[in-house]
Design a protein around this ligand. Sequence first.
Ligand SMILES: Cc1cc2nc3c(=O)[nH]c(=O)nc-3n(C[C@H](O)[C@H](O)[C@H](O)COP(=O)(O)OP(=O)(O)OC[C@H]3O[C@@H](n4cnc5c(N)ncnc54)[C@H](O)[C@@H]3O)c2cc1C
Length: 379
Amino acid sequence: MSDLEKKSEELMERAREVATELVAPRAADIDAQGDIPPDLVEVFAEEGFLSVMLPEQYSGMNGSITCLCTVVEEIARVCGSSSLLILSHAVGTMPIVVGGNIGQKRRYYESLSREAKLMGIALTEPDAGSDAASLRTKATLQGDYYMLNGRKCFITNGGIADFYSLFATTDPQQRMEGITAFVVEKDTEGFSIGKKENKMGMRGSSTTELILENAKVPKGNLLGFEGRGWRIAMRTLNMSRPAIGAQAVGIAQGALDCTLDFARERIRFERPFTRHQGIQFMIADMDTQIEAARALVYKTASMLDEGVKGIGVEKFSSMAKYFASDVAMKVTIEAVQIMEEHGLTRASPVERMMRDAKVTQIYEGTNQVQRLVLAHTIL
Ligand SMILES: Cc1cc2nc3c(=O)[nH]c(=O)nc-3n(C[C@H](O)[C@H](O)[C@H](O)COP(=O)(O)OP(=O)(O)OC[C@H]3O[C@@H](n4cnc5c(N)ncnc54)[C@H](O)[C@@H]3O)c2cc1C
């Protein structure tokens, strides 16, 4: 077993332990209060869950997507919002990993690992979601700075992140060829946080607008070169989609675990629920769907870790994201159905899991968009 494999196994065991002992008891409160307690974020940093994307010399896992999926799945099994903080931080780091120069990598890796800084990713705008190439946040070079003007919306870790990988355009006429990636630091002059969304699911995760009004971003924070941003964004999404799949698998597994505990105890018609064939069939279907989604997610993650590039991996990345998130939705709905009134109340984790599952079908490219990408790769 290689050093990295050994570390990855340890990481999984730690993630499961942290999830069970420290996150699960607080998950309902995180959902109700609408934020992740800072001491829990510190635990995630200490355990290395926030440095998976970094090289080993910065206590990372060399950007292993398999390790990222493992951590995200284990935490999502008990708390979708906490897993989303870890996931969006990793996705925010990816543009630096794929597009940063040596100096930028050294500077940000140092800061992320030593000072436990948090990241977010900002692509979506009010008029550019699925059609991200239509983004309108404008970057204009003035001396040593780019002046950024525009508005981002639905940004995860908004207001709590220290740095955002943010996509703007240096030339809107050029659509994709004009898109340019920057690292925007939270204290940047002209940068502020807008409204916080009051969401149905993932309520513990902060989702906000980002406002850029002559935001003064140093030239040195540009990733790659002008017009390189689209490629950086697409490579990032390829890497991040299986991690959304892993999050969905975790949520579905968590819902199945709760259902099994309930069904073993519940007596109806003088027998435990687990002895009724109708319930057994539902449970068999739920488990099969989860295992199929998990297989797809980790197959994609290992392809990415092995360096497979191009259309072959794009196809799996989209499949893993939409299949797993559709499974999470189906399984959590079935969990609520089996647990009936117990599944419907705020006292039950499956009620929260059903709300959280919905979001996984939407972000990182909606499931309709994943099907479009997939059809494009097939046809
Ligand atoms: C909780 C949450 C967190 C998020 N976090 C982030 C983040 O951190 N960073 C970030 O940049 N973004 C983030 N997003 C934004 C997310 O990625 C977008 O919401 C998503 O890409 C969809 O964009 P849109 O909302 O503009 O929908 P639209 O693009 O307007 O789409 C609306 C509907 O039409 C469908 N549709 C659109 N085009 C087509 C088509 N050609 N064919 C068929 N159907 C189509 C879509 O599937 C969708 O159902 C987040 C969103 C949510 C809900």
